[in-house]
Design a protein around this ligand. Structure first.
Ligand code: G1P
Length: 281
């Protein structure tokens, strides 16, 4: 397996979270006390990823600062018996390489991925969106795709069954499912008005590098943006999809974000007790 790099696009406008995201990227919104992007990086590391390329846009300096070494803060925490927090602000430095590329114009997810092309040195790579948190303690979501990628060596999309009334918010996949849960994709449409299936692309992908050629040929689609899955349609190569197993939260919109926050809060005993106390009042 030569898949060692993952791209995390974090340059979007996040209009569904305004005004909270006017000056802060959505990737930095906390689930209790940990920014969304750290959950995504944990998932990548737990799956064996060694290098992360974060695509930043407006206010990207907030993300760069977050992952920068802060000598003053570390010294202060270590000298005031708060080493536990010093560990929390420096969780990734020895575990993964993190680099940043900039998307200067807000031209969509596909365009964001294209900005990272020069950082991909292998012939395949993963993409993880900060819109989705997937809990699976045994097998992280992108790891589920990485396990089977070697068998197919073709673009592979993580999908999840969503309610029909929400399907038009996603990239939607139709195809034939084989015994091992793999779907040979026959149709792939970004945010269809009349979805032909409820299998939604949920922000976990593995691509071969020829997707960059597809992206360069892709013209703007829905909402005037360049979409990742439109590039696969341009290439006309075989594409596969795989059901992702786990508890999924669409943190790209406030309801899913609140549900994920509550789940995470309830996993911590002292916060869970305080929440129960509030609910009982
Ligand atoms: C993006 C993708 C879409 C995918 C979704 C998953 O849409 O373009 O194909 O289903 O993420 O969250 P966005 O949420 O950025 O509009």
């Amino acid at each position: 397996m030569n898949l060692r790099t993952a791209i995390i696009p974090a340059a979007g406008f996040s209009s569904r979270f305004l005004p909270a995201t006017k000056a802060i990227p959505k990737a930095m919104l906390p689930i209790v006390d940990k920014p969304i992007i750290e959950f995504i990086i944990d998932e990548a590391i737990d799956s064996g990823i060694e290098k992360i390329v974060i695509v930043i846009g407006r206010h990207g300096d907030v993300i760069v600062n977050h992952f920068s070494f802060d000598q003053q803060l570390e010294t202060k925490l270590n000298n005031s018996n708060r080493e536990i927090f010093a560990d929390k602000i420096n969780r990734f430095s020895n575990r993964v390489e993190i680099v940043f590329v900039e998307q200067k114009e807000p031209l969509g997810l596909g365009h964001a991925i294209l900005m990272a092309e020069s950082e991909i040195k292998e012939n395949c790579f993963a993409v993880l969106l900060v819109d989705e948190l997937i809990y699976n303690e045994k097998k992280p979501a992108i790891g589920q795709l990485m396990c089977i990628y070697d068998e197919i060596k073709a673009p592979l999309l993580g999908v999840y069954d969503v309610p029909l009334e929400t399907a038009s918010n996603y990239g939607i996949v139709s195809g034939t499912e084989s015994g091992n849960g793999l779907i040979a994709v026959s149709e792939l449409i970004e945010k269809p008005q009349k979805p032909s299936s409820t299998q939604a692309v949920i922000g976990r992908y593995i691509f071969t590098t020829d997707v960059f050629d597809g992206l360069k040929q892709t013209t703007s689609g829905v909402d005037g943006e360049i979409h990742l899955i439109d590039a696969l349609n341009v290439l006309k190569t075989s594409v596969f999809a795989k059901h992702i197993e786990g508890e999924r939260y669409d943190v790209g919109q406030p309801l899913g974000y609140m549900q994920a926050s509550l789940k995470h809060a309830l996993m911590r005993d002292h916060i869970a007790n305080a929440i129960k106390h509030v609910l009982d009042q």
